[in-house]
Design a binder for this molecule. Structure first.
Ligand SMILES: [Zn+2]
Length: 109
């Protein structure tokens, strides 16, 4: 897992996606409809870390919407130098805007 993938330099970065999954958007839309909130996938729904990067925090006790995520990992054969890409299935949890509060700015001491 590349740590850089989880670092967002600006709030804009945190709202930008490399990939857009229609299946995930549909899953999120369904979950939001069940919840009865007006949030939109990819506009009001983000992971915990993406919310933090945008200055908002997920409230304690809120349950995220679970999404399947395929993570690619490149392994290199030490003898041949050949690279193999592994695809791993992981879960990601996303939260809608209604589940967040504006976070107090972090103080640096
Ligand atoms: Zn919502």
């Amino acid at each position: 897992m590349a740590p850089s993938a989880y670092r967002f330099e600006t709030p804009q970065d945190a709202r930008t996606f490399d990939t857009f999954s229609v299946a995930n958007a549909v899953a999120v839309k369904t979950a939001l409809a069940e919840r009865g909130c007006p949030c939109e996938p990819y506009a009001d729904v983000f992971t915990f870390r993406r919310w933090i990067a945008q200055g908002r925090a997920v409230r304690k006790g809120e349950h995220g919407i679970r999404l399947p995520v395929v993570v690619e990992r490149v392994n290199e054969d030490k003898d041949t130098g050949e690279q193999h890409t592994l695809r791993l299935l992981r879960s990601s949890f996303v939260f809608c805007r209604c589940q967040t509060d504006e976070a107090a700015p972090r103080r640096r001491s």
